[in-house]
Design a binder for this molecule. Structure first.
Ligand code: FAD
Length: 531
C-alpha cells in the first residue's frame, strides 16, 4: 500500500510557510497541516498588515497579533488578562513582550524588549521587509559558496525580493549621494551606500505591496491550485507537544483554542518554526533537550536616530520640482510612510555593522510644534545601525518545569549580557551614525542604544552545526540531532555573529532543510511502496 506522508508545520511565519511550499512541491503525495497559535488577520492568509489602507483596520489587525497584551482580543485567544506594570516597555505594534510583567510572564530583565507576534504570518505580517544578503563571516562556513548562492536566490524568489525599491526616488538618490561623499572612500568596492533590498512587489503607482507569509505560501493559498488542495492552515491552534515513539517523532498534540479541545495529529515529519523563543520552549516541553537548546542567544544591538534632511545639501542632488513630484505621489498613499530605503551593508574588516536609512515624510514620534524643524519640507530619515553580538553559551533562554507561563509551558528566563567586544563595535558604529547624520542634516533624535531585545532579530537558540558536539541543536540540514523526523526552522538556526536582518538567511537555511526532507520522505515513501 502506498503511503501519503503528512507533515505538521508549527508556526505560520515566513519560515514555516517556506517549508510548507517546498515540501508540497517536492512531494506530490504529501499533505501539509500548518498549525498557528494566533488568529488569521486578513482575508488572504499571512498578508503584511502594512498593505491594509484603512487605519482602523490596520490598528485592529495589529492588536489581534499581540497575544497577552491584546486588549479585547485577548480573551478569544484563551489568555488571562495581563497586568500592565507601570514603566514597562511597550512592544512594537503587532508584537507582544514576553516579559510583560503580569501572571505567567517570562523573566527577562536583561533582555526586556524581547517580543513575538501571535497571528497567521507571524512577525512576517509586521516586518519592515528588509532582506539584505549575509556576507563575509555572517555566512555559515560549512555550506559551500555555490550551494549558498543557489539557496539565497531561491529564498529571494520565495520572498519576492526587490533590489531596487524606490530607486527612482529623487530624495533617495540624494541621501545615497550624500552618504557616498562621506563614506565612499573608506568602504570596499560593492559595499558602499546603496538601495536596501526588500521583500515586496512594486505597484504601477509607485507604491509597494509588501510581502508577508502570503507571498511565500504563493500557490498554497490560491483557490483551485492543485497544491492548495493538499494544504491546510489551522489558526488558533496551539501545538502543546511534539510526540515521539523512542527517538522517532509520531506527530503533535494540538489544542484548538476555540473549543479548548486537545487532539493528537499523527505526522511523518514535524517542522517547528515557532520563533527563536517559543520553538526551543516547545522542544523543551516535549522532553527534547539538547545541551545547546536555548543557548548562544544573539541579536543585533541597535543604535537609532532621526535626522531632518538639510534642504541645501539635498538640493545639490534633487531639484525642488522632483521633490514636489515625490510629495504629490506620496500623498496618494498616506497609509505607508516609507518612501525610500537605503543602506550601507556589512563588510569586513572595517565596517562590520549594517546601516539602514528609511526616508519618511514625518518623524516616528510627535515633535514639539515649536521645534524649528517640526515641519521640514525635505522630510526626515529614521536611521540606525545594527551591530554584532558574539555567541556565548551563557546568553540563553532557559525553561523552568516548576513554573508554568500564561500558556501553560515551562516558563522562560532570559539571561543576556553585552561584553567589551560588543561595546567596542557599538561605539564605533555610533560614531559613524553621527557622521551619517551630520552629512544628511540635523538630528531631531540623537543616536541612542536601544534596550536589549529591540532588534526583533533573535538568533542562535537552536543553532545548526557541523557536528553533534553539544554546541548545536540541529545538523547542517536543520534536523534536530538524535531525533528522527524533527526539523527546526527560523532565525534560531543562525550560528554566526551577524549584523544583517536575518529573515532571508533563515529562509535560505529552510530551503536547504526542505530539500533534504523531500529526499528523506521520498525514500521512505518508495520503501513503503515496495514493502
Ligand atoms: P515568526 O514570523 O515569528 O512566526 C512564528 C509563528 O509561530 C507565530 O505566528 C507564532 O504565533 C507561532 N507559534 C509559536 N508557538 C506556537 C505553537 N506552540 N503552536 C502554534 N504556533 C505557534 N526581519 C528581517 O529580516 N527584515 C526586517 O526588515 C524585519 N523587520 C521587522 C520588523 C518588525 C516590526 C518585526 C516584528 C519583525 C521584523 N523582522 C525583520 C523579523 C522577521 O519578521 C522574522 O525574522 C520572521 O518573521 C521570522 O519568521 P519565522 O517564520 O521564523 O517566525
Amino acid at each position: 500500500m502506498s503511503h501519503h506522508p503528512t507533515i505538521a508545520v508549527v508556526g505560520s511565519g515566513p519560515i514555516g510557510s517556506a517549508y510548507a511550499r517546498l515540501l508540497l512541491k517536492g512531494l506530490p503525495d504529501a499533505r501539509v497541516i500548518m498549525f498557528e497559535a494566533g488568529p488569521q488577520l486578513t482575508a488572504r492568509p499571512g498578508e503584511s498588515v502594512r498593505n491594509i489602507a484603512d487605519p482602523d483596520e490596520k490598528a485592529r489587525a495589529r492588536e489581534m497579533s499581540q497575544g497577552p497584551q491584546a486588549g479585547d482580543h485577548r480573551e478569544s485567544l484563551g489568555i488571562p488578562a495581563a497586568t500592565v506594570v507601570e514603566g514597562m516597555f511597550t512592544a512594537r505594534q503587532g508584537t507582544h513582550l514576553f516579559d510583560f510583567g503580569g501572571d505567567g510572564s517570562a523573566h527577562a530583565p536583561s533582555f526586556p524588549a524581547a517580543a513575538g507576534a501571535t497571528n497567521v504570518g507571524g512577525q512576517g505580517a509586521h516586518w519592515t521587509c528588509a532582506i539584505p544578503r549575509p556576507a563575509f563571516s555572517e555566512k555559515v562556513d560549512f555550506i559551500a559558496d555555490d550551494e549558498w548562492e543557489d539557496l539565497i536566490r531561491t529564498a529571494e524568489g520565495l520572498l519576492h525580493a526587490q533590489s531596487a525599491a524606490f530607486a527612482d526616488s529623487a530624495v533617495g538618490r540624494g541621501i545615497r549621494s550624500l552618504l557616498s561623499e562621506e563614506f565612499g572612500a573608506e568602504l570596499p568596492e560593492g559595499y558602499g551606500p546603496g538601495t536596501l533590498p526588500v521583500a515586496g512587489d512594486p505597484q504601477p503607482d509607485g507604491t509597494m505591496r509588501w510581502a508577508g507569509a502570503d507571498a511565500v505560501l504563493g500557490p498554497l493559498i490560491e483557490p483551485g491550485d492543485p497544491l492548495a488542495e493538499r494544504f491546510e492552515l489551522r489558526d488558533l491552534s496551539l501545538v502543546r507537544r511534539i510526540e515521539r515513539d523512542g527517538e522517532r517523532v509520531t506527530g503533535v498534540t494540538v489544542e484548538d483554542l476555540r473549543t479548548r479541545e486537545t487532539a493528537f495529529v499523527p505526522a511523518d515529519l514535524v517542522v517547528v518554526a515557532a520563533d527563536a523563543f517559543r520553538s526551543p520552549q516547545l522542544l523543551w516541553a516535549s522532553g527534547i533537550r539538547p545541551t545547546a537548546l536555548g543557548h548562544y542567544l544573539t541579536e543585533h544591538p541597535v543604535v537609532i536616530s532621526t535626522v531632518a534632511l538639510d534642504g541645501e545639501q539635498m538640493a545639490r542632488y534633487a531639484t525642488e520640482d522632483e521633490l514636489d513630484a515625490e510629495l504629490a505621489r506620496r500623498a496618494t498613499n498616506a497609509a505607508d510612510p516609507v518612501a525610500a530605503v537605503n543602506r550601507i551593508p556589512f563588510s569586513e574588516p572595517d565596517h562590520p555593522y549594517s546601516l539602514q536609512v528609511m526616508y519618511s515624510e514625518t518623524t516616528p514620534f510627535p515633535m514639539d510644534p515649536e521645534h524649528p524643524l517640526a515641519t521640514n519640507r525635505w522630510g526626515y530619515v529614521n536611521m540606525g545601525y545594527g551591530m554584532r553580538k558574539f555567541p556565548r553559551y551563557e546568553d540563553a533562554v532557559t525553561f523552568d518545569d516548576a513554573e508554568l507561563d500564561y500558556r501553560g509551558f515551562p516558563n522562560m528566563t532570559i539571561e543576556y549580557e553585552l561584553t567589551d567586544r560588543e561595546h567596542a563595535e557599538i561605539d564605533a558604529a555610533t560614531d559613524r551614525l553621527r557622521r551619517a547624520g551630520e552629512a544628511l542634516g540635523t538630528f531631531v533624535a540623537e543616536p541612542r542604544l536601544m534596550p536589549n531585545g529591540s532588534s526583533l532579530h533573535y538568533q542562535g537558540t537552536m543553532r545548526m552545526g557541523p557536528a553533534d558536539d553539544g554546541t548545536s541543536v540541529a545538523d547542517p540540514w536543520s534536523r534536530v540531532w538524535g531525533v528522527d523526523g524533527l526539523v527546526v526552522g527560523g532565525n534560531a538556526l543562525i550560528p554566526t555573529a551577524t549584523a544583517m536582518n536575518p529573515t532571508l538567511m533563515s529562509v535560505a537555511i529552510a530551503v536547504r532543510g526542505a530539500r533534504k526532507a523531500v529526499e528523506g520522505l521520498s525514500a521512505r515513501t518508495a520503501a513503503s511502496v515496495t514493502a
